[in-house]
Design a protein around this ligand. Structure first.
Ligand code: IFM
Length: 448
């Protein structure tokens, strides 16, 4: 796939939206302002040794104070849609019960500000900032958290349901479960397979319960979920390596797609995990597999793997493809994978509508003496992935939006501020925003 120019704008149907995405803890700051309660990310980030550069999201991009300026910036970049997340602890400081009106007021101002500027609001209800009270009561390992999530979702829906175009309940349940409970790199920092599978199940259950509650509250709302997806290729043609790639696909992709679309866990992975599974009640899978109005995909890179029996299931070791460009996250730029995931998910799971909820690259950006931020690798990355979208559209995939991760540089979780994913550069000392060259090129492409 040629990746050195934008596709023709006419490759995208009328009504297709181009925009950008962020999440609350990564940009808002103001963690103690206006009645926000603590989340497990506040505690995790403040625990010595958990964040690579010792930073926290306490201040982040000060978006809580600077949201007007940020909306103007989006408008100046011709963005047509903006995906943000609602911080659960801003709305319900204890996770359930007492509502914090100031928290909802903030998101209401944000949504109204987007609409005034002609930008379509996409809201995510959970992008990893679980209220600390719920974390201390078992977090996602407890079924109670799933029902607390549904109650919270309805509260937000009541206030903003008439103005948000698209609701996603969860962002990347895989990442919440695996990176937080098995790899220990995200809150709550565990390394335990049983905890991981329990969290994954209760996240999905929370999604299903929230779907039911939100549908009952507002039958016409557009409801979905955002999954991170990753194609796995075998670094060697041998059957053992192909099988390893399929197993890795099972853990990363099918473990979430199958329950959501088929009301079942994939049997091959389930066989390997059986001894560590939480209680799955008879009705759980039907609750999880509510019909979705849309599915958001976060795509960054592929996994290129070799069979490695010395590792735990899925016994797959990732290999670096040396010739390819890699971002500062060490992620390979491989647009073909986005095309493959879009067409495969359309073919095998047939969601009514698909959108790219996140796609982007972290690069070693800096502001040059002339005030410009030159980021040709990000521009190439975006061009290649937009071309992948155009190719998928040509083949009938019902794709209707593409959102860059991220609007601006921000707190990259366990890596702190060491990674710059933004279309807009943020100088954290002054909070000065500078659109990068890729942002200007993206803006010109959108307008063209
Ligand atoms: O920054 C994250 C985001 O919060 C979720 N998806 C992946 C991004 C890059 O790591």
């Amino acid at each position: 796939m040629t990746a050195d120019r934008f596709p023709e704008r006419s490759a995208f149907p009328p009504g297709f939206l181009f925009g950008a995405a962020t999440s609350a803890y990564q940009i808002e700051g103001a963690v103690e302002q206006d009645g926000r309660g603590p989340s497990w990310w506040d505690r995790f980030a403040h625990t010595p040794g958990c964040i690579r550069d010792g930073s926290t999201g306490d201040q982040a991009c000060e978006h809580y104070q600077r949201w007007r300026e940020d909306l103007d910036l989006m408008h100046s970049l011709n963005l047509q849609a903006y995906r943000f997340s609602v911080a659960w602890p801003r709305v319900l400081p204890d996770g359930r019960g007492r509502l914090n009106p100031a928290g909802l007021d903030f998101y209401e101002r944000l949504v109204d500000g987007l609409l005034e500027r002609g930008i379509v609001p996409y809201a995510t209800l959970y992008h990893w900032d679980l209220p600390l009270t719920l974390a201390d009561a078992g977090g996602w390992q407890s079924r109670d958290t799933s029902s607390a999530f549904a109650d919270y979702a309805v509260q937000v829906m009541r206030r903003l349901g008439d103005r948000v175009a698209r609701w996603s309940r969860l962002n990347e349940p895989r990442c919440s479960a695996y990176v937080g409970h098995l790899e220990g790199r995200h809150a709550p920092g565990l390394r335990d397979l049983r905890a991981t599978l329990s969290a994954a199940h209760h996240l999905l259950l929370g999604h299903g319960l929230a779907m039911q509650a939100m549908r009952a509250e507002s039958p016409s709302a557009q409801l979905g979920i955002v999954l991170d997806v990753k194609p796995y290729t075998a670094a060697d043609e041998g059957a053992l390596h192909q099988q390893a790639a399929w197993r890795a696909d099972g853990v990363f992709n099918r473990w979430f797609l199958d329950p959501l679309f088929r009301a079942e866990y994939p049997t091959d992975v389930l066989a390997a995990y059986a001894a560590h599974m939480p209680d799955v009640l008879a009705t759980d899978l039907a609750t999880i597999a509510q019909p979705l109005d849309h599915l958001g995909l976060n795509y960054y890179t592929r996994g290129h793997v070799l069979h490695d029996p010395s590792r735990p299931f899925p016994q797959a070791a990732e290999q670096r493809v040396n010739a390819a460009h890699h971002s500062t996250m060490e992620w390979e730029d491989w647009p073909e994978g986005l095309y493959r995931m879009l067409t495969r998910i359309h073919r095998e799971y047939a969601p009514k509508a698909l959108f790219v909820a996140e796609n982007g690259a972290a690069e070693p950006d800096r502001v040059d003496a002339d005030g410009r931020v030159r980021d040709p690798d990000r521009q190439r990355y975006l061009q290649g992935h937009l071309r992948a979208c155009a190719k998928a559209l040509e083949e009938g995939v019902p794709l209707d939006a593409y959102l860059v991760w991220s609007l601006m540089d921000n707190f990259e979780w366990g890596r702190g501020y060491t990674q710059r994913f933004g279309l807009v550069h943020v100088d954290y000392a002054t909070q000065r925003r500078t659109p990068k060259e890729s942002a200007l090129a993206y803006a010109a492409f959108i307008r063209s």
